[in-house]
Ligand binder design. Structure first.
Ligand code: NDP
Ligand code: 2IT
Length: 445
């Protein structure tokens, strides 16, 4: 269809040297083709042209003083992509690779993901090219305080509600919240992922990983199978990976790998609760490297590689974007992997996605499979508004329900538009229709 090509050309021209943003936009636009062809109202209202242009983008200087007394300068971002469904909502990423392209791709994905959750949240994302690795707690606090000193004027519980992502966990959210409270003179739900002791939701830390496993369970149900006994490869060792592994163990599956940016560990006996507790202590307390696992448990450590060459039934990419190449996807399929549930955002490059779809494996794209994290953030917002925390069981049962509803919605939408089993098409169309409907209702804004 000419329109989609034209919009993509414009995106390319307007955003030169933003390959990740272009990749995310291309995937969504190409897969929602059937709904655009069927509906003149979306074409007339220029919905696509509007969707690809952020409502607002903020880029700012983040000066701070390191432990040696030296002045450091980082670059901060917040991309407020779309507010048709609610306040902007999405995480903050602190990683040296952060740039406009990465934050825009994440913000774009977030719009459709948040729509799929069924909760009233628009889409946004932010972050900085700050590397928390090797920094002291005091340095991280000073950085967070400086970052929030600018960000606070752009966010608020009814405007934009950030949370964590790579490099931003409970510690960072705490420091960011403290500074917001001081500047705004308000104790409000301006951030999610807070400690449950002072306004956070129980289960929020677990939600992304648990949700990705619940989504995998839903996919397996279509083949009358469960995750029990399945050999699983997992990448990453941070928040998403730790709780994916935790839920896999609880369900009786056998996770055999974890990784970080230096390499991966392979434990042929499978991780256990005790071994995972060690990973949590290395990563969350000592802030060390995953190779310590191999030394402690006599597992194999492979430096500089990802775990996709191993034989497995199911794969859970939980580290970062573009971590499964076309070649990795081929190896996974050849080795018998028949389920991929993306806990990370856009972890599979398009050639890999195409292969998974062609081979008809169960493929849960990130914006559906990892939506449990932001959904539980939405539940944190509800609890903050009510000033009433829910017990674990309540949050977990809502999370399970949301994940199964997302699956059902994407599965049925895929069939309705002539692509049965294709959850990329299903999730993108289902996410799109809700946002586009709200944009039509709200006029030319
Ligand atoms: P963390 O910072 O807790 O952990 C990130 C993990 O991924 C670390 O093990 C890190 O290794 C590894 N990693 C990061 N960048 C790279 C890279 N360029 N190459 C190889 N490994 C890398 O982040 P999260 O677990 O929160 O996030 C992981 C993924 O999940 C991201 O794609 C994020 O967008 C997505 N996600 C997170 C949600 C959340 O609620 N936290 C919700 C939905 C999606 P190292 O320590 O060496 O850097
Ligand atoms: O990518 C994501 O959905 C997140 N990092 C979580 C966002 C949130 O607002 O909880």
């Amino acid at each position: 269809m000419a329109l989609i090509q034209e919009v993509l050309e414009t995106v390319k021209k307007r955003n030169p040297s933003e390959p990740e943003f272009l990749q995310a936009v291309t995937e969504v636009l190409e897969s929602i083709r059937p709904v655009i062809e069927r509906n003149k109202k979306y074409r007339d209202a220029k919905i696509l042209e509007r969707l690809v242009e952020p409502e607002r983008m903020i880029q700012f200087r983040v000066p701070w003083i390191d432990g040696e007394g030296q002045i450091q300068v980082n670059r901060g971002f917040r991309v407020q992509m779309n507010s048709a469904l609610g306040p902007y909502k999405g995480g903050l990423r602190f990683h040296p690779t952060v740039c406009a392209s990465i934050i825009k791709f994440l913000a774009f994905e977030q719009v459709f993901k948040n729509s799929l959750t069924g909760l009233p949240m628009g889409g946004g994302k932010g972050g900085a090219d700050f590397d928390p690795k090797g920094k002291t707690d005091t340095e991280v606090m000073r950085f967070c305080q400086s970052f929030m000193t600018e960000l606070f004027r752009h966010v608020g519980p009814n405007t934009d509600v950030p949370a964590g992502d790579i490099g931003v966990g409970g510690r960072e959210v705490g420091y960011l919240f403290g500074q917001y409270k001081r500047l705004a003179n308000e104790f409000t739900g301006v951030l999610t992922g807070k400690d449950p002791n002072w306004g956070g939701s129980l289960m929020r830390p677990e939600a992304t990983g648990y949700g990705a496993v619940y989504f995998a369970e839903e996919m397996l149900k279509t083949r009358n199978e469960t995750i029990e006994g399945k050999v699983c490869t997992v990448s990453g060792a941070g928040n998403a990976a730790q709780f994916t592994v935790e839920k896999l163990i609880e369900c009786g599956a056998k996770p055999i790998t974890m990784s970080d940016s230096s390499g991966f560990i392979y434990d042929k006996n499978g991780l256990t609760e005790e071994k995972l507790a060690f990973v949590k202590s290395i990563k969350n307390v000592r802030r060390g490297r995953i190779d310590a696992y191999a030394k402690k448990f006599r597992a194999k450590y492979v430096a500089g590689q990802r775990p996709w060459g191993l034989k497995c039934d199911c794969a859970f990419p939980c580290a970062t974007q573009n971590e499964i190449t076309g070649e990795d996807a081929r190896k996974l399929v050849e080795n018998g992997c028949y389920l991929v549930s993306e806990a990370a955002n856009m972890p599979t490059i398009p050639a890999g996605v195409d292969l998974f779809l062609e081979k008809k494996i169960l493929f849960g794209p990130g914006k559906a499979a990892n939506a449990g994290g932001v959904a539980t953030s939405g539940l944190e917002m509800s609890q903050n508004s009510m000033r009433l925390p829910w017990p674990c069981e309540e949050v977990d049962s809502r999370l399970r329900h949301i994940m199964s509803t997302i699956f059902k919605n994407a599965w049925e939408t895929a069939a309705e538009y002539g692509h049965p089993g294709n959850l990329v098409v299903g999730a993108n169309i289902a996410g799109f229709v809700k946002v586009a409907g709200a944009m039509l209702d709200q006029g030319v804004v």
